[in-house]
Ligand binder design. Structure first.
Ligand SMILES: [Fe+2]
Length: 245
């Protein structure tokens, strides 16, 4: 266990991201169950196949409903990975009040997420994002990420005179993309400074993932506020629980 957690910390330090395995799948199963509940309320069963048949409007409604009404999915998500997260973040943290859901339909252009880092969206340079697929991701059809040093290199030569993704392509940084094929039960935890995105599905595969921002309590939260975050503490060294309002 000691060796395992050391490698998590060194991978995170060296790359800016690390793949985590759930310590307890029952929490992730609760998140998935809640996703299915909200999908059924929107008139479909939530399987990857069922996403092909629903309209873009319905898909947007699903996102809104999950982001507003999921039941404890924020804590279920982070407590799935609690042994790793407590080593990385410590006992007192800021945690996003509701996680984001991303249900991606392969034939919608919004399936792609253009390259960006979360710092540019007002998140702390000392904060992290935990991205967890609700179904296995295969054949490079999920998230891609650039490690921290490549992300810094990309930005150091960026003049903000074109879109970041064009700058990446022009300078052949895209060769350094890391595609992360995660199974259900795994997640990628990455720095808000790491550039990431998601390609358009070439293999007509739909995708559902959820992600949440978390960070240590003593770190600055940048432009975000208590509207986005609440405070949590590790209770009995086992699970994070909300302590803030
Ligand atoms: Fe992002």
């Amino acid at each position: 266990m000691q060796k395992f957690s050391n490698s998590i910390l060194s991978n995170l330090k060296n790359n800016g991201f690390v793949v985590l395995k759930a310590d307890d799948i029952k929490f992730l199963n609760k998140v998935k169950k809640d996703y299915y509940r909200i999908a059924r309320k929107n008139g479909f069963n939530g399987t990857l196949e069922s996403i092909s048949k629903i309209s873009e409007k319905k898909l947007n409604q699903l996102h809104i409903d999950f982001n507003k009404n999921s039941l404890d999915s924020n804590f279920n998500l982070i407590n799935s990975f609690v042994r790793s997260l407590k080593k990385i973040l410590g006992k007192k943290i800021f945690i996003q009040r509701q996680p984001y859901l991303r249900a991606k339909k392969y034939n919608l252009s919004s399936t792609a997420t253009i390259a960006h880092n979360d710092y540019d969206f007002g998140h702390s340079h000392r904060g992290f994002n935990l991205w967890v697929p609700l179904f296995d991701v295969k054949s490079n059809e999920g998230i891609y990420i650039y490690d921290l040093s490549t992300s810094k290199k990309i930005y150091s030569s960026f003049k903000f005179d074109c879109h970041l993704s064009d700058h990446i392509e022009k300078n052949k940084f895209d060769l350094k993309r890391n595609y992360i094929n995660l199974k259900f039960g795994e997640g990628i935890f990455f720095s808000n400074l790491c550039i990431h995105g998601a390609s358009v599905s070439k293999k007509k595969i739909n995708r559902v993932s959820t992600n949440i921002h978390i960070q240590n309590f003593i770190e600055p939260i940048n432009e975000k506020s208590s509207e986005l975050f609440t405070i949590a503490k590790l209770k009995k060294n086992l699970f994070y629980k909300q302590v803030g309002i």
